[in-house]
Write a protein that binds this ligand. Structure first.
Ligand SMILES: *[C@@H]1O[C@H](CO)[C@@H](O)[C@H](O)[C@H]1NC(C)=O
Ligand SMILES: *[C@@H]1O[C@H](CO)[C@@H](O)[C@H](O)[C@H]1NC(C)=O
Ligand SMILES: *[C@@H]1O[C@H](CO)[C@@H](O)[C@H](O)[C@H]1NC(C)=O
Length: 392
C-alpha cells in the first residue's frame, strides 16, 4: 500500500519534469535491503514521507558526467548508471548515444561508435536533438574530444566534416582537430537540430569524437547572445580558430605546396561577455607560438624575424581573402588608432578595443591553398589569440 502511493507519485513526477526525482525503496542499494525486501536499520522515511532530490550534474569515474536521477528514470532513458548521488538516493545517469539516434535528454553525449576506440568511418553519422521542453532556446555543443580528418590542402572539409542543421545559427562546415571548442546553436522554435558527422571509411586513420549536448533555457545565464557561434566568459581567455594546431596539415594544396589547417568558407562571430567593471578588451597573439596568427601568406617562406612578429602583420585594405575583424581598435604599444578593423598576415600587433559588445569576426574565403593571388597562402594554421579585458 505504501509502495503504491510511492509509485503513483513517482510516475507523476517522471511525467511532469526531470527537474526533481522522488526517492523510493527501489533506489536502495542491495546491501541496504534485508532478506524480506525491507530496508535495514531504523526507518528514516516513515509512512508517506516523500524525499525529493534535484537532478543536478554528477561526476563519474569516466570521461562523461551524468545527471542525478532515480534508478527507474535512468533505466527508462536507456542510460548507464555510474554510481550514486544525492546522498545515495539517486543514481548518476549517463545518457550516451551514437549514430542514428534521437534525443531530448539534457547532457546527452554523442560519440563515435565504439568510443573511445578509433572509428574507421562509414555512412554519415547523425543525431537528432529535440528540445527537452518549450523553454529551451539554445543547444551548446561541447567538443570534449573531436579528432576527425584534416581538410584537404586548400582548407575544404572533403574527407570528414561536422555539419549542424535545423537551428537558427549558421554553423560552418568544420573538420580536423577541434577538441576543446564549444559552439552555441539557437533552436528555431520546436524544430530539431541535427548534427551530422561525415567520416569517410579509412581504417588507417584514428578518428573519434565525444560531444556533450547541453540544452540551455532561454533565461539561463550561460546562454550566448543570439547568433554568436562561440561565446567566451571570464576576464581572460584564449580563442582559437577551428582546427588550430601548430603541426602542418600533411595534405598538399592544389598547387602542390604544404596545405593549410585553416578552414575555408568561414564567416562567424565570437562574442566575449563584458565582465562587470570592465570596459575594453585587448587581443594578443598567444605567447610562445610563432604560428599563433597565420591567416594569410607564406608561412614556410618566412623566417623567425617575420613569422609571428609585427613585421609579419598585415591589415586594412590588404586583407581581402581571409581576415579577423576587431571593431575600432587602438595599437596598445602606441595608444594610437590602428586605422583599420581588418587583420591578416603571419603576425599580429596587440590591439585594444572599447567597442561594445565585444565581438571578433572571422572570415575566410573558399580557397586556403596557394593560388595565383598575391600573397599566396602556404601552410597557414589559423589563429590563437589571447584576450584580456581591461578595467574601466
Ligand atoms: C542542462 O544541464 C546543464 C549542465 O548541467 C545545466 O546548466 C542546464 O541548466 C540544464 N538544462 C536544463 C533545461 O535543465
Ligand atoms: C564534470 O563535472 C565536473 C564538476 O562539475 C567538472 O569540473 C568537469 O569539467 C565535468 N566534466 C565533463 C566531462 O563534463
Ligand atoms: C530504449 O531502448 C528501447 C529498446 O531498444 C527502445 O524501444 C526505447 O525507445 C529506448 N528509449 C529511449 C528513451 O531511448
Amino acid at each position: 500500500m505504501e509502495y503504491k502511493v510511492f509509485s503513483v507519485i513517482l510516475v507523476a513526477f517522471f511525467v511532469a519534469a526531470f527537474a526533481v526525482s522522488v526517492y523510493d525503496e527501489e533506489d536502495l542499494e542491495d546491501n541496504e535491503i534485508d532478506e524480506y525486501g525491507h530496508r535495514k536499520g531504523k526507518i528514516l522515511f516513515p509512512f508517506v514521507s516523500i524525499v525529493r532530490f534535484a537532478n543536478t550534474e554528477c561526476s563519474s569515474a569516466n570521461t562523461m558526467n551524468g545527471t542525478c536521477l532515480a534508478r527507474r528514470e535512468c533505466n527508462n532513458l536507456n542510460g548507464t548508471i555510474a554510481g550514486t548521488c544525492a546522498s545515495r538516493r539517486g543514481r548518476c545517469c549517463i545518457v550516451s548515444r551514437t549514430c542514428g539516434s534521437t534525443t531530448n535528454v539534457n547532457n546527452t553525449y554523442f560519440t563515435s561508435p565504439g568510443y573511445p576506440a578509433a572509428y574507421a568511418g562509414g555512412a554519415a553519422c547523425s543525431i537528432i536533438v529535440n528540445r527537452c521542453n518549450s523553454n529551451i532556446c539554445q543547444l551548446r555543443i561541447d567538443f570534449l574530444d573531436m579528432v576527425i580528418a584534416q581538410p584537404d590542402g586548400d582548407g575544404n572539409c572533403v574527407t570528414d566534416s561536422v555539419s549542424v542543421t535545423g537551428g537558427n545559427t549558421i554553423v560552418p562546415l568544420i573538420c580536423g582537430d577541434n577538441t576543446g571548442q564549444t559552439i552555441f546553436v539557437d533552436f528555431n522554435g520546436d524544430t530539431a537540430i541535427t548534427i551530422t558527422i561525415t567520416a569517410t571509411l579509412a581504417s588507417t586513420f584514428s578518428r573519434r569524437w565525444n560531444l556533450r549536448l547541453v540544452q540551455l533555457g532561454c533565461d539561463c545565464p550561460g546562454v550566448a547572445p543570439n547568433g554568436c557561434l562561440q561565446y567566451y566568459t571570464g576576464t581572460t581567455g584564449t580563442i582559437t580558430s577551428f582546427n588550430y594546431g601548430t603541426a602542418a596539415n600533411q595534405a598538399l594544396s592544389a598547387s602542390l605546396v604544404t596545405g593549410t589547417r585553416q578552414i575555408a568558407n568561414l564567416d562567424y562571430g565570437i562574442c566575449i561577455r563584458m565582465e562587470a567593471g570592465y570596459c575594453g578588451i585587448q587581443y594578443a597573439q598567444t605567447a610562445n607560438d610563432i604560428y599563433s596568427f597565420t591567416v594569410t601568406g607564406d608561412v614556410e617562406g618566412a623566417d623567425n624575424t617575420v613569422l609571428g612578429t609585427t613585421v609579419g602583420a598585415v591589415n586594412g585594405a590588404s586583407c581581402v581573402t581571409d581576415f579577423v575583424v576587431i571593431p575600432n581598435p587602438t595599437v596598445v604599444a602606441t595608444g594610437a588608432s590602428a586605422g583599420t578593423d581588418r587583420f591578416c598576415g603571419i603576425g599580429f600587433v596587440t590591439v585594444q578595443s572599447g567597442a561594445k559588445p565585444f565581438v571578433l569576426y572571422v572570415v575566410t574565403d573558399a580557397n586556403e591553398g596557394a593560388t595565383a593571388t598575391t600573397p599566396p597562402d602556404v601552410a597557414n594554421r589559423g589563429f590563437s589569440l589571447t584576450y584580456t579585458q581591461v578595467a574601466c
